[in-house]
Write a protein that binds this ligand. Sequence first.
Ligand code: PLP
Length: 387
Amino acid sequence: MESGGRRQTMDTVAVHGGERRPGLEGSLVFPIFQGTVYTVPPGTDYHDIGYIRLSSTPSQRYLHDKLAALEGAEAAVAAASGMAALSAALLSCLKAGDHLLASNDLYGGTRDLLTHHAADLGWSCTFVDGRPESWEAAVRGETRAFLLETISNPLMRVPRLREAVALARRRGLVTILDNTFASPVNFRPLDQGVDLVFHSATKYLNGHSDLVAGCVAGARARVEAVRRVLNHFGGSLDPHAGYLLARGIKTLALRVRQQNATGLALAAFLEAHPKVAGVNYPGLPSHPDHAHARELMSGFGGMLSLRVRGGAAAADRFLAALRVPYVAPSLGGVETLATRPALTSHAGWTAEERARLGIDDDLVRVSCGIEGADDLLEDFGRALDAA
Ligand code: PLP
């Protein structure tokens, strides 16, 4: 939303973006339209029929406008999960025989999707590391897309996105970016020339660890292609979950600002702690991507990882001693979570694969919630002393 030529802050966009004014019956809150089907004039195109699987009902269209406002996109579409959003985005731009370039440190589920299903769909895929100079060599005549994440899991690497977009422009590739970890509060990929941005809205966008959803945003024609894939494969978001998601989004900027501040404070505290062998957080000057992360992002997020001295057993003792965080996978909610990726998000990888990427057994990943930072620092300090 523009306000007198100036772009509105994310705080305002999160609250008011996509809202209907005046609201129905004067309501400030968009209601849940539970109906599965709506009357249609003769001659309506199939994809424009008001039907719940086609993501075209009033609650779904409202949510799409809200999601588009967040990413500064022409259009957005919600999906039944982050993986549904990703699958639909990939299916919208790849056909049999096409080749995909993908980061080698993608979220485990994304990597699994590619390693288990890409070949069946007739896609080939090359996993590339973070060095832009190696990317060009990996591009083939049939390469169609480049899949990346703003902040990788669990080492919090930040790829050189400007170089990725420049390569994609030169070679005619569609850039698809998972912006889940950064959230649109810290980074708006479309402003940087990314073509399709997607989220696991299960995480920060909703923020309350109580639903599963995904979304894809970008230019109208691209998003419409994604919606049509979803329409055919099935994967629309139920309006009840959509209602909760829109409600969660209203506090997104507030939550993420607090999570940024806590992430930075906790990372600095942990880095100085004698029981910690290393901390991965892009906001720390010691992080290998700190310099370009600073240029790209307005905040470094609430995700960090640390290595506990003493190996996996010490990491387990540390986790067992934590009192404020929950020991659980997932991320982006109001409660702080801690987990060992070797046992959860990357359990499906072989020990060699994990070791090659630096995902050691003593690595603990933390998703900062919105609790008081001092309470968290005290709790982490105490738990490390007990490790
Ligand atoms: N992308 C990232 C970075 C994730 O962490 C996850 C889930 O953990 C996903 C995508 C998949 O999202 P969902 O679980 O909503 O399908």
